[in-house]
Write a protein that binds this ligand. Structure first.
Ligand code: SAM
Length: 236
């Protein structure tokens, strides 16, 4: 294999939150892949890097279905990994991912499938600023201090993490809350945690929306780019 595969975290949305290392590698690689939902053409990761690359590179789109159907996902990973392996024959390639590649990212599935198809492939992850870090900064919250415990959980299973761990950890960060907002709301209410919860949609982007608590009805119909923080300590 001629090239190396980079999994590059491009941060939560604001192009200024892309690291210098990520930018250098994006300028150097022969091919850049972006993940897009198979339902629409939009890729926030692509929008972030386009600001810096200003047309000097063509971005290749890889379709990832927004589903938990294992078979459908595996078919997509195989198809996408084959395209990446082809590109690696001509030089280095980067897959850009929102936030950080180790955090709820399609990169891990893609990298594993590439490795299975072409085991000699060299893979490097380049860290990015996560949505959780950006949200903590926006909300003015310290996620952890001293010996405190923080849990990062997916809200895709509704209020499960809130019910099991909401009272056991000092801070709970809930990703992927958009489809399960009503259930999460009920769990937070049941545990008496509504007043300790705040959140952000489109953090660091022009359309950003902050929720001081999760008690307003408008915060129960949420965009995909939304996360909530339960607990944490205000710094301002
Ligand atoms: C597939 S995960 C990607 C996480 C990303 N790899 C990271 O390190 O933050 C998508 C979820 O991240 C959260 N997210 C990503 N970007 C966000 C943003 N700008 N504002 C609020 N939430 C965001 C939302 O909870 C969304 O449902």
């Amino acid at each position: 294999m001629a090239g190396k595969l980079f999994g590059i975290g491009v941060g939560p949305g604001d192009p200024e939150l892309l690291t210098l290392k990520a930018l250098r590698i994006l300028k150097e690689v022969a091919t850049i892949f972006v993940a897009a939902s198979s339902k629409n053409n939009y890729s926030l990761a692509a929008e972030i890097i386009k600001t810096h690359l200003s047309g000097e590179k063509v971005l290749k789109r890889l379709d990832f279905p927004m589903t938990y159907e294992r078979k459908e996902l595996e078919t997509a990973w195989q198809k996408n990994a084959k395209q990446v392996v082809e590109a690696l024959k001509t030089g280095d390639a980067a897959f850009v991912t929102l936030g950080d590649p180790s955090f709820y990212s399609t990169f891990s599935y893609l990298a594993r499938t590439v490795k299975a198809l072409a085991p000699e492939t060299e893979i490097e992850m380049v860290p990015g600023i996560t949505a959780a870090q950006a949200a903590a900064a926006r909300l003015g919250i310290a996620l952890s201090e001293g010996d405190e415990m923080v849990l990062f959980a997916s809200g895709a299973r509704g209020g499960e993490a809130v019910k099991k761990f909401g009272k056991k950890v000092d801070t709970l960060v809930l990703y992927k809350v958009y489809r399960q907002a009503e259930d999460i709301y009920r769990a937070l209410k049941e545990k008496g945690l509504l007043d300790k919860t705040c959140g952000v949609s489109f953090c660091s982007l022009p359309q950003e929306k902050v929720y001081e608590t999760f008690s307003s009805p408008s915060s129960k119909k949420l965009p995909y780019f939304t996360l909530f923080i339960v607990g944490g300590k205000p710094v301002k």
